[in-house]
Design a protein around this ligand. Structure first.
Ligand code: GLA
Length: 704
């Protein structure tokens, strides 16, 4: 056994203190403390009450039943019925001030566990376990979970729910005995169970409270649990849901869990988001995305759906370029026999009827117009009505003998089948090699049922093989940007983001719905990875109508694009697209590098979104009126994050066309501009104008 050690990991505004002896327990995760920490830790020794085990039992990073931790254990597995209650003992501790690697072993059960945990300068912690079978017989794993403790004052949760066209919805609930559990069994990250949650002190909000944010970086089935133990201690646990019999380790083989990311802040949700956004920018995103302006998209989907006519598409491209679009993407409908959503998935060959002259003339045209070119794929999917299925009916991810339900008329391809994997790689590689393609939209439009390879469960391995396929494409074509889409926001998580550049948060382009979807997504993701498109005035998924101003302002706060047929749009609308494209380009450097603040308002019908430059030289504020104003006066707008000692010029950049018609008069500062100190803006604020429901204004602050 190793010596007992107190390990201190230090971030910028947080600290983790770990007591590592036979096993490892986090004693403190919160504000940084200094002094003789190792000796101070003795103040935390617990009493042992009657009626329980006779010794104190630590709530470790890897809870074990055999050690007397009656919580959800870190590992459930067995060796043909034996070795099912392992107790690991530390054999090696390697640490520095930011990270620790703990190795422990149970020689009887024949298992070794390696736990990695680090805390970076952005105050984001990440942890994972690897389990290795060191005995000669196979070891079967049912569960392997990552566990982090929460303090007793973490009494409230913010969790997520959603569905197709309604992603990233948040809900608050008390954290009490009985805890919280979420299970995702849909085979992809899912619209329903985004793998993240926040625990915090009672009534934590955007600006205050101790909060602990968690994000489980995995694009398949998962379970998240937050529990209150009978003794009052609390913990958060995240794991992959392995299907029966799915994971067996032969001697020397290992299973590594996904990373569980976590971040603590004592200043509420905004500050937690700043930490996650900085971490994503520093450590997850491809540096290419940081160093180049995110090009404005025109995506053809809602413009033409499956109706592809090359001349018409070229006209769409011409008009897109005139509006200032920088990347033109042909969505679904371009490949052989793809005239609707019932057939052709898998047949990744250009449709020669639709494109008799090939793709090159279109790509050349797009490039001559100064735009990049992108193309849609849905590699993991197959329709039974396809040449691929007729040739390879055995490539389905399915259990033989069952007729599984379809989703959007399609099935999933078994990526563990090497021939299928290689075929998909070859097809993607062919297009990326043959054509000047800068971007692919990688879709995944159905959920996974009965995932099997050679009859055995393969849900976990399917996800691993998906990562491998993307990685292989990225390695061969490192300059190609990839968007992760899964019928909108069905595959959005940090692990996908390591290998892609952008997400499609939702198939819902309704600006009102997008306000809440983008807000929910903003807790963990910075705006530059959030695709946000102006759709047509009559929204295709909700049938609502919105002004170009409301649609435009909602779309500029992400990675902006347009999703319609510009050829058919009225002149007035086109001028609107042009205006918001110009506005986005002017604000893009600020929006895509600055700090995002979600500002609370007394009126729940308001949504206020602020982005402040890192050097505090400028800021933009979107005040969106989501529903009818609750009161006849709109209250004060307080703007956080500014340089409190500086003077800012505050002016309106954009407003609804009826802005002056709906009141006797609006606040005077919105007509011209005013000069205010950062301190005034933050603590006193400005009178907000009166807006109609489903409209917004954009305010600019420039430091003088
Ligand atoms: C999914 C995507 C859409 C579009 C269609 C094409 O639904 O989310 O944006 O690409 O597929 O079939």
């Amino acid at each position: 056994m190793t010596q007992k050690e107190i390990i201190v990991l230090t971030g910028t505004n947080s600290q983790v203190i770990i007591d590592a002896g036979e096993c490892a327990e986090i004693l403190h995760w919160g504000k940084p403390v200094s002094g003789d920490i190792a000796s101070f830790c003795s103040s935390l020794l617990r009493p042992v009450p009657y009626g329980r085990l006779d010794n104190d039992v630590a709530m470790t990073l890897a809870p074990e039943l055999g050690r007397g931790v009656f919580s959800s254990p870190c590992l459930e597995g067995h060796r043909n019925g034996a070795d099912w209650a392992p107790v690991f003992t530390m054999t090696e501790i390697k640490s520095n001030s930011h990270s620790v690697t703990l190795t422990s072993e149970d020689a009887l059960a024949g298992l070794r566990m390696i736990t990695e945990l680090s805390l970076d300068k952005q105050d984001v912690m990440k942890t994972r376990h690897s389990l290795i079978n060191i005995k000669s017989t196979p070891y079967q794993i049912n569960r392997l979970a990552n566990t982090l403790p929460l303090p007793a004052r973490a009494a409230e949760l913010m969790t997520y729910y959603g569905r197709w066209v309604h992603e990233f919805q948040t809900v608050r609930q008390p954290l009490q005995q009985g805890g919280y559990q979420q299970e995702n069994r849909r085979g992809r990250t899912s619209h329903e169970h985004y793998p993240a949650l926040v625990a915090g002190t009672r009534h934590f909000d955007e600006m205050q409270g101790d909060v602990y944010g968690f994000h489980f970086a995995w694009s398949g089935n998962h379970r998240l649990r937050v529990d209150v133990k009978a003794d009052g201690r609390r913990y958060m646990q995240a794991e992959v849901i392995y299907l029966p019999g799915e994971i067996t380790l032969q001697q020397g083989e290992e299973l590594t869990t996904p990373w569980l990311y976590a971040s603590y802040s004592d200043q509420g949700l905004n500050s937690m988001s700043h930490q996650f956004h900085s971490h994503v920018r520093e450590s997850i995103l491809d540096k290419q995305i940081i160093n180049t302006a995110r090009p404005i998209h025109l995506n053809t989907w809602e413009g033409i759906y499956f109706e592809h006519d090359p001349d018409y598409i070229m006209e769409m491209a011409t008009q897109s370029a005139q509006m200032g679009v920088e990347r033109f993407i042909i969505d679904d409908g371009w490949f052989k026999g793809r005239n609707g959503d019932k057939a052709a998935l898998g047949d990744w060959f250009l449709d020669a009827h639709k494109y008799p002259n090939g793709l090159t003339p279109i790509i050349d045209h797009v490039r001559e117009l100064g735009m990049e070119f992108g193309l849609w794929f849905e590699p993991e999917m197959i329709n039974k009505e396809s040449d691929l299925y007729r040739q390879h009916p055995d490539w389905l991810l399915a259990v033989e003998g069952y007729e599984q339900p379809t989703g959007r008329n399609q099935y999933v391809i078994d990526l563990q089948n090497d021939d299928a994997f290689n075929y998909l790689y070859e097809r993607l590689d062919h297009f990326l090699t043959q054509y000047a393609i800068d971007y692919i939209k990688w879709d995944m439009n159905r959920e996974v049922v009965q995932p099997a390879h050679n009859g055995q469960a393969a849900g976990h391995q399917q996800v691993v093989r998906y990562y491998q396929l993307v990685d292989k494409i990225r390695a061969a074509h490192p300059k190609v940007d990839i968007e992760s889409c899964a019928a909108g926001g069905g595959r959005i998580d940090f692990e996908v983001l390591k290998r892609t550049h952008r997400f499609w948060p939702s198939d819902n382009n309704d600006a009102l719905e997008r306000q809440s979807i983008q807000r929910g997504m903003s807790y963990f993701f910075p705006p530059e990875v959030m695709g946000s498109h102006i759709g047509s005035s009559h929204c295709h998924s909700t049938r609502r109508r919105h002004s170009i101003e409301f649609r435009g302002l909602t779309a500029i706060f992400g990675h902006m694009g347009i999703e319609l047929d510009p050829v058919k749009e009225l002149q007035e609308e086109k001028q609107g697209f042009e205006r918001y494209i110009k506005l986005h380009k002017a604000l893009r450097p600020l929006l895509h590098t600055g700090r995002t603040w979600r500002v609370p308002s007394d009126d729940e019908a308001h949504q206020i979104h602020v982005v402040v430059a890192n050097n505090q030289s400028e800021a933009v504020v979107m005040l969106a009126q989501l529903a009818m104003p609750t009161n006849s006066l709109s209250g004060h707008l307080c703007i956080p994050g500014l340089d409190r000692t500086a003077i800012y010029r505050v002016s309106i950049l954009d407003k609804p066309s009826n802005y002056n018609e709906i009141v006797n008069y609006q606040p005077f500062w919105t007509e011209d501009s005013c000069e205010l100190s950062g301190e005034w803006c933050e603590d006193v604020g400005l009178t907000m104008p009166i807006l109609d429901a489903e409209s917004a204004i954009l305010i600019k602050l420039e430091k003088l």
